[in-house]
Design a protein around this ligand. Structure first.
Ligand SMILES: Nc1ncnc2c1ncn2[C@@H]1O[C@H](COP(=O)(O)OP(=O)(O)OP(=O)(O)O)[C@@H](O)[C@H]1O
Ligand SMILES: [Mg+2]
Length: 247
């Protein structure tokens, strides 16, 4: 039987009683699966991910992580969640290694040493972990930040544009890190992205989000077949045109 790690049911977010950013989004993520939310700027991806991560309360609807109601019991839900924000940054004066240690202690993990070792391995930063993170390239910072999220082995990792602003090589390293993490731990990931190549490489299933609504979803292959196109980019454009184009 497929176990559902995340259930999102008809969630809405209205900011300040005015901006209806998310308008009834529903989807499910299975155990061991990578699920991608794809959509243009302002589609509602970050808002959706922040609601799942317990940082924002949905105006309406429900979210369950590992069967725990995220809205009613956020403290319990957080035990299963790791969240990488779109705009995360490092502490410039701390080394990579000090970051790992600091976060492992902060999380109140029993086996700090083992967690730090796992984080160090995940990051692939090697000897650079001894350097101050302020000296890191963007790609190295992102790998460190991702390792801080994943080293705790969250059942559900929520990654908001994990490779945004990175060059091709740095992006590939981050993608490999995510894929390896999922295959080694059997955990699940929900991520957002603009990059169709990334999504094709990483995701088992995807949802196109546009103007706060999911306009299509399925496995990458299913979605491509549905629109009779060769790549996700074309499928995405067709999906948007089908619902009446961009605002
Ligand atoms: N704190 C806020 N207050 C008011 N409106 C907001 C707030 N945050 C986001 N919005 C609005 O909600 C809508 C969705 O924004 P969101 O950041 O979720 O989109 P996104 O899909 O993540 O976009 P991007 O690809 O640019 O990151 C936009 O219209 C945005 O202006
Ligand atoms: Mg965003």
């Amino acid at each position: 039987m497929v176990r559902e790690v995340l259930i999102v049911e008809d969630i809405h977010k209205i900011y300040d009683g005015k901006v209806h950013a998310v308008k009834g989004v529903s989807f499910r993520v299975h155990s061991g699966e990578i699920f991608g939310l794809i959509g243009p700027n302002g589609a509602g991806k970050t808002t959706t991910l922040r609601m799942i991560a317990t940082l924002l309360k949905p105006t309406r609807g429900s979210i369950f992580v590992n069967g725990v109601d995220v809205v009613k019991d956020p403290i319990n839900a957080r035990k299963y969640i790791g969240y990488l924000p779109e705009e995360a940054d490092v502490y410039t004066r701390l080394t990579g290694y000090e970051h790992l240690l600091f976060y492992a202690r902060l999380y109140d993990i029993e086996n700090v040493e083992e967690t730090v070792r796992f984080g160090a391995k995940l990051s692939g930063l090697g000897d650079d972990l001894e350097r101050r993170a302020g000296e890191y390239s963007k790609g190295m910072k992102r790998r460190l930040l991702l390792a801080l999220v994943l080293m705790r082995k969250p059942h559900l990792a929520i990654l908001d544009e994990p490779t945004s602003g990175l060059d091709v090589y740095a992006s590939v390293r981050v993608r490999r890190m995510i894929k390896k993490y999922v295959s080694e731990t059997g955990s699940s990931v929900v991520l957002s992205s603009h990059n169709m190549l990334e999504v094709e490489y990483l995701c088992d299933r995807i949802a196109f989000i546009h103007n706060g609504r999911i306009i299509d979803s399925g496995s990458v292959e299913e979605v491509k077949e549905r629109y009779n196109v060769l790549n996700l980019e074309e499928a995405f454009v067709s999906a948007i045109e089908r619902v009446g184009g961009r605002k």
